[in-house]
Design a protein around this ligand. Structure first.
Ligand code: PLP
Length: 487
């Protein structure tokens, strides 16, 4: 049937599209029936799928059957209401529709001219969100700054680190790369380390400063100041501080205002990574966690974590967009166009690593419009209330302890080991984590704090309700009883 392929047939799209949406809606209806954490063994899929692609077309129904029988068992159900691992990665009807629209239009919006609406909607929606977060005016597109959607927080950190590196090197000379020093805490996400590796920061010049329970795992201003002074005396050049609002292990909050002032005093770039907890700051009662953001050169949060926007959508604002553009812009002949040449437009290709970019602002636009600010605030508050409930359940059982203050919707806890325990509860708590996760009923992840193995209970899946918290607690309690009996 040579030449008969119709890869985009509107009527077929309509029919298949309806069937796919039905399939996904049914998935959500039955999501609680699956083990939250996939229980398959490595390589399981190779045994189930053919060795090469089909030569002739297959029918959609066969593909649906395979999805159910072969793919779904290998899915860890991030959208399950019983999912409490890592941080959430929200889906929603609005986010899904935005994603669908973006896939349907499938434009590539690297320059304004390649789809003016893609650039302009992104600028507008990021200004809306900046206003919801009460970011200072400097971060708005109407000033020198502006927002841009990156794929992930890791990309956001990388682009601002590159901008900061180049800014300081323009001042001190390119040969000083080996002297540039970056400051963060031992709780900062490993994305910073990766960004340093890519940006050519010498590995010995990444200061991973120690935190502990006395500061609730937040970076101490004194420790950073001392490190900066000692580096300056050694002839090094401090140039970048990365603070976190809502660290990955325990949702700790670094002292933003103080660190920002310190960075300014030493002419350093100050980045705030609020990948998870930034969403909470749309609520007036949590906004104070980013007080001092006016001192920051850049601020990022993941709308794809706890803001109902399907992955991927990481939002980054900068106070001065020219810093990004100076580092990341290129101007090859084949991309030249009148609007760009006249400097009349934003070309987001110059604010990011790749050239091509998706129409991701549609997702955020739909989320903001279909839900509205008030509902989004209630959504966040409800998860924090559920986390409080879980925290109370933990504290009500003397076998358990909460090991770090709960600030947002993350509870860090562990089973208290018996006094004669050789490894201070490592095996016990690892055993508890393995037992609850292999039950398939709930999914939690872990971290290490002050040398102890800790379980993390992160509330934030869109379908989680009070009853799921109660079930999770029941599963944990039962498994703890079994484990402690054998101890
Ligand atoms: N920063 C923080 C505080 C995080 O918690 C995470 C991921 O959980 C990241 C950065 C990295 O996020 P991404 O996967 O978007 O790069």
């Amino acid at each position: 049937m040579e030449g008969s392929l119709k890869p985009m047939d509107a009527e077929q799209l309509r029919e298949y599209g309806h069937r796919m949406v039905d399939f996904i809606a049914d998935y959500y209806k039955s999501i609680e029936s699956f083990p939250v954490l996939s229980q398959v063994k490595p390589g399981y899929l190779t045994e189930l799928l053919p060795e090469s692609a089909p030569n002739d077309p297959e029918c959609l129904q066969d593909i649906f059957d395979d999805i159910l029988q072969k793919i779904i068992p290998g899915i860890t159900h991030w959208q399950s209401p019983d999912y409490f691992a890592y941080f959430p990665s929200n889906s929603s009807t609005a986010g899904f529709l935005g994603e669908m629209l973006s896939a349907g239009l499938n434009i590539v919006g690297f320059s304004w001219v390649t789809s003016p609406a893609a650039t302009e909607l992104e600028v507008i929606v990021l200004d809306w969100l900046a206003k919801m977060l009460k970011l200072p005016n400097q971060f708005l597109s109407t000033g020198k700054g502006g927002g841009v959607i990156q794929g992930t927080a890791s990309e956001a950190i990388l682009v601002v680190l590159l901008a900061a590196r180049d800014k300081i090197l323009r001042k001190v000379g390119k040969k000083s790369l080996e002297k540039l020093v970056v400051y963060a805490s031992d709780q900062t996400h490993s994305a910073l380390q990766k960004a340093c590796q890519i940006a050519g920061i010498f590995p010995e010049n990444l200061r991973v400063l120690k935190t502990d329970l006395t500061s609730n795992y937040a970076l101490s201003l004194e420790v950073v100041s001392e490190a900066i002074s000692s580096d300056l005396s050694a002839g090094l050049i401090p140039f970048f501080i990365c603070a976190t609002v809502g660290t990955t292990s325990s949702a700790a909050v670094d002292p933003i205002s103080e660190l920002g002032k310190l960075a300014k005093a030493f002419n350093m770039w100050f980045h705030i990574d609020a990948a998870y907890a930034g969403s909470a700051c749309i609520c007036p009662e949590y906004r104070h966690y980013i007080d001092g953001v006016e001192e920051a050169d850049s601020f990022g949060m993941n709308a794809h974590k706890w803001f109902l926007t399907n992955f991927d959508c990481s939002v980054l604002w900068v106070q001065d967009r020219s810093d990004l553009i100076q580092s990341l812009s290129t101007n090859p002949e084949y991309l030249k166009n009148k609007a760009s040449q006249e400097n009349a437009v934003v070309d987001f290709k110059d604010w990011q690593i790749p050239l091509g970019r998706r129409f991701r602002s549609l997702k955020l636009w739909l989320v903001l419009r279909l839900y509205g600010v008030a509902n989004l605030q209630s959504y966040i508050r409800n998860h924090i209330r559920l986390a409080e409930q879980f925290e109370q359940l933990i504290t009500s059982d003397s076998r358990f302890e909460v090991v770090a203050p709960r600030t947002f919707s993350l509870v860090c806890f562990r089973l208290i080991p018996p006094p004669n325990d050789q490894d201070n509860g490592y095996k016990l708590n690892h055993g508890l984590l393995d037992a609850v996760n292999s039950s398939g009923k709930i999914f939690l992840s872990h971290t290490v704090l002050s040398g102890n193995f800790i379980l993390r209970f992160a509330v934030g899946a869109p379908l989680t309700e009070d009853r799921h918290i109660k079930t999770a607690w029941q599963v944990l309690r039962e498994q703890a009883t079994t484990l402690l009996k054998a101890y």
